[in-house]
Each structure stands twice: as structure tokens, then as C-alpha cells.
Design a protein around this ligand. Structure first.
Ligand code: PHE
Length: 449
């Protein structure tokens, strides 16, 4: 049975949905902490270059395959293959991509749940419930499972409503709010003493870091994760685009929005670390390194907020609202990957598919919470460090080799013949065939050594 496919109703709808997917914990948490521990502006510089040189072409490969095939990642890769063995390879890559989306959502929803708990904690305090506040602030199996379940439930409800009414509508509502909260927080933090020092650390590069190979690997991984590449998310979003939309331009806008958000988040987090130091909050971990990762978000920043009295309560509330919203617009894009396969391959109604996939993934999250010490970092490493770049390579190869040059260019210039005279048109088909996969592979192999 053919299902009427969803479609984004406008360019801005697509942009906000794709930017909503891309902008997430990776930007507001991952990027600033990586920048803080890798030489500030040196990391920023490398990140920006790799985002445009590697991640943007890979994003274009996904969007193009998506719109050309008008289907989910699994169907797209198996159907566009001309020979049986390429078909099997396509089906295998499609399956791995769906599994990767499932694993990423599995751990991401747990972190999103922590954000929600931190967001609700000041609300519980204001409502006079100290027990509620304490329960929300303390890691426990019960709290983590419950909060993750709430995030999974919200994600399912939005995805079940479909592309236009669910994903597009909610991204369009939440993204401007996200921007507003982020900029207000930056203005507040930059007015604090010592914020200037943080700005300097962030914006004046320490070039000696450029000699460290690990900087390039971290920057590539970060760029791929941040642009939601290598799991079929951007492919399925591309498949909901209209034929009249200008693909290279939309892809460039999404990349700019994503890197712009990451850069802006750095203006908040890095100065906040320095402000915290002047407030007497310890900014170094036990091993003597600058606090990064969970310590930064769940210890340093809350300690900073609570040193600021009642303004701090409000700030904590706003900051974790920001994190929760950023996470939600990303989780919906992850769930869309398996849901679109269930709807298009097996003809399941969308709402049922959303509940079924969402429940299975929630089950996976519960297992990760239960065996946290072993499974959490394993899930992150396998999905983001291995699967995402390798699937990224495969998608470039599919766009470059399996889709013939003629079809590729036709798809790109649909409705916009003027693209033919651009540099992008001249360079990209060659680039996506050879250069981009080779560069990703080289960076990847380096990381294994
Ligand atoms: N890009 C999202 C972030 O930066 C994470 C993500 C990865 C979303 C893969 C969808 C698919 O947080």
C-alpha cells in the first residue's frame, strides 16, 4: 500500500526542522567543552574549516539521496543500487544506519532526561517541594528512567503527528525560543566580572594546539555528530523537501545555523567557566584538568547558578530549559529514522510506528541506565566515533558512484538551473566521489592508531 508521504510545507519549515535536529546537546555542551580543553579558538578554527570542507559535502550527499529517492535510508540505499551485490551492500548500510540512530537515541534520551530533571528542580523548589527538588537533583535509577521516559514520550507524541504537523510545527515553535534563551543567557554572563578573560581564551587561538593530531579527530567527530550525519536523519529530512527547493543553498544554511549555534554556545559556556572561578567554584577536576563533560554541566554550572542567589535560580531554570528544548528537537529527528522505515517498508500507520519504535528504544535506554558504567560510553563510542563517519563515507560513495553523474546533477539543479554556473556544481560531484570519502577515512584511520 502506498502511503502519502509527508512534506515540509515551506523552506523555513525545513530549515528550522533540520537546524532543530542539528542543534542539540552536541552544540551547547559538546562543542564548548571540546573547545575549552583543546586550545579554545584553535579548535574553533579547525572545527569551522572541517564543518564546511567535510561535513557540508557529506550533508549534501544525504540531502540529495533523500530527495532523489523520496524514501527512508533503508529503502533509498537498497533501491537505488543497480546490481544485486550493491543492493545487498545498500541494504546493509541502511540497516546499520537505522541501528545507529536507535543507539544514539538510546543514550541521548537519558541525557535529555537529566536536562529535564535539572530544569524541573528549581520549579519544585519554588513550588515548596524540597523532597521533589532533592529527588530531581540526585542520580538514581528511578529518576533517570522516569525522566528519560518523559522525554521519550514527548518525542513519540511529536513524531506520531507527522512531518508537517509534528516535526515542522514543533521545530518552528521551539527553535526561536531556543535562540532567545541562549542570547539572553549570554548577555547576562558577559556582564559578570571575569567574563572577558573567558572570551579571550575562547577567541584568541593558542596555535600550539594545532600540532596535535587528536584535535582534528575531535573536530571531525564533533562536526559529524553536530550536523546529525551518518544515521539517515538528514537523508529522510531531505526526502521531505519539495522539488523546487534549492538544495545546495538549504544545506549551506543548515551548516551555517549549526556552526553559528555552536559558536554562540561557546560565548556562554567558556566565559561562564571563568565567572565560576571568581565565585570560588572549583573549575578543575580531580585529575587537575579543566572540568569538562557532565562535571561542567551538572556541577560547575549549577554551583555557579546557586552562588548567584535568586537570579541564579532563574538562570538555572532558563539554562536547562534551553538544553531540554535543544535535545527534544534532536530526539524527534532521530526517532523519525526508524519510524519512516516502519511506515514505508512495512506499511505501519505512523502513530503505531512511533509508539512501537519509541517503546523499543526506551527499553534500550532503560538497559543502558541499568548497566550504566559499561554501556553508556560504549554506546557513545560505537555510534558516534565508528558508525557515523563510516556510514558518512558510504553515503558519499552512494551519492558519487551509485547515483550516476547525470542523475546527481539533475537532482541538484531541479528547479534551479542557475546552480549549473556555480563553483559548487563544478566541484562537488568530483569531491563527493573521491576527496570527501578519502579525507573522512584518513581522519578515521588516524584515530585508530
Ligand atoms: N546533532 C545533534 C546534536 O548536536 C545530535 C544528533 C545526532 C541528532 C544524530 C540526530 C542524529 O546534539
Amino acid at each position: 500500500m502506498a502511503h502519502p508521504r509527508g512534506q515540509f510545507s515551506s523552506k523555513i519549515g525545513f530549515l528550522l526542522a533540520a537546524a532543530g535536529s542539528a542543534v542539540g546537546l552536541g552544540n551547547i555542551w559538546g562543542f564548548p567543552t571540546q573547545a575549552a580543553s583543546n586550545g579554545g579558538a584553535a579548535f574553533l578554527l579547525v572545527y569551522l574549516i572541517l564543518a564546511f570542507v567535510l561535513a557540508y559535502p557529506a550533508l549534501m550527499a544525504e540531502l540529495t539521496i533523500g530527495r532523489y529517492s523520496r524514501s527512508n535510508v533503508f529503502t533509498a540505499l537498497s533501491n537505488m543500487s543497480p546490481t544485486p551485490w550493491v543492493r545487498t551492500f545498500g541494504a546493509a548500510i541502511g540497516t546499520v544506519a537505522v541501528c545507529t540512530a536507535v543507539i544514539i537515541l538510546g543514550f541521548y534520551a537519558i541525557v535529555a532526561g537529566w536536562m529535564l530533571a535539572e530544569f524541573l528542580a528549581p520549579v519544585a523548589s519554588l513550588g515548596g517541594s524540597e523532597t521533589g527538588h532533592l529527588w530531581l537533583k540526585k542520580n538514581s535509577f528511578g529518576r533517570d528512567t522516569f525522566m528519560c521516559g518523559v522525554m521519550a514520550g514527548l518525542t513519540i507524541l511529536i513524531v506520531a503527528r507527522g512531518v508537517e504537523k509534528g516535526i515542522e510545527t514543533w521545530s518552528t515553535r521551539l527553535m526561536p525560543l531556543l535562540f532567545l534563551i541562549l542570547t539572553s543567557l549570554i548577555v547576562f554572563v558577559l556582564m559578570q566580572p571575569s567574563a572577558g578573560e573567558g572570551l579571550k581564551a575562547y577567541l584568541i587561538p593558542n596555535l600550539s594546539h594545532l600540532r596535535e593530531p587528536s584535535l582534528y579527530l575531535s573536530a571531525m567527530g564533533q562536526a559529524f555528530f553536530s550536523l546529525s550525519l551518518g544515521v539517515g536523519t538528514m537523508l529522510i529530512y531531505g526526502s521531505y523537501l519539495r522539488d523546487t527547493d534549492n538544495l545546495p543553498r538549504l544545506g549551506a544554511s543548515v551548516t551555517l545555523l549549526d556552526t553559528g549555534f555552536a559558536f554562540t554556545a561557546g560565548l556562554l559556556i567558556i566565559p561562564a567557566i571563568y565567572v565560576a572561578q571568581t565565585q570560588g567554584v572549583s573549575i578543575y577536576s580531580e585529575s587537575g584538568d579543566l572540568i569538562a563533560g557532565p562535571g561542567l554541566i551538572f556541577q560547575l554550572l549549577p554551583a555557579l547558578f546557586s552562588s548567584m542567589g535568586s537570579a541564579g535560580t532563574f538562570l538555572a531554570f532558563a539554562f536547562f530549559a534551553l538544553m531540554t528544548i535543544a535535545a527534544l528537537t534532536s530526539t524527534i529527528s532521530m526517532l523519525e529514522v526508524p519510524v519512516s522505515v516502519c511506515v514505508e517498508r512495512w506499511g505501519l500507520p505512523r502513530a503505531k510506528a512511533a509508539w512501537a519504535c519509541g517503546s523499543v528504544i526506551f527499553g534500550l535506554s532503560v538497559i543502558i541506565i541499568w548497566q550504566f558504567d559499561t554501556l553508556f560510553s560504549l554506546a557513545i563510542t560505537v555510534s558516534t566515533e565508528y558508525a557515523e563517519p563510516l556510514i558518512g563515507v558510504a553515503l558519499c560513495l552512494f551519492a558519487g558512484w551509485v547515483l550516476s553523474r547525470k542523475k546527481l546533477l539533475e537532482e541538484l539543479t531541479k528547479g534551479h538551473p542557475e546552480i549549473e554556473s556555480t563553483l559548487f556544481w563544478k566541484v562537488w560531484p568530483f569531491y563527493v566521489r573521491f576527496i570527501c570519502p578519502a579525507l573522512i577515512l584518513i581522519t578515521f584511520v588516524q584515530s585508530l592508531r
